[in-house]
Design a protein. Sequence first.
Length: 167
Amino acid sequence: MKKLLLAAGLALTGLLTAAAPALTAAAPALAAASAPNFGYYDNQPIEYQATAEVTASPHQAQVLAHGNIVYHVVDATGTVPAVQLARAQAAFPGDAGAGNVLNFIPTEVGYTGGAWNLQIFHWNPGVTPTELSSDTDILAAVAAGQGTLEITSTLVRCPLINFSALR
């Protein structure tokens, strides 16, 4: 029994160690639930709250998210580009935020509720970042070779606060 607990403890330590880079990179996206965050949905600024949990694997996070994705956008140095923040920050100046992009909200057909899988879009070196404010923008940038998408094992719960203009 002690060997099993030791093995489980070591496995958990390895999992948390492996997840640390993704959580560190996305720290602004995962602000405390009590603080509103700003981001985008279908090219419109939105306001939400975010809490995160690490799952056993990227696959598990995707399964639990049922297709819901929250995209975090970073430049080649791992920093959120100012252009990604500007418009949403202007709409919600009192909020913390990282200009994240949700692919579904509660009023959209296909929304499955619950949580979103955190995926990080990395702009390639030498590419000048532009605002990516919809999942379509992000997937088009990946298809055009402007950046890559990192699927993480992080599951984010993002209750929306202000999306009345999108209904």
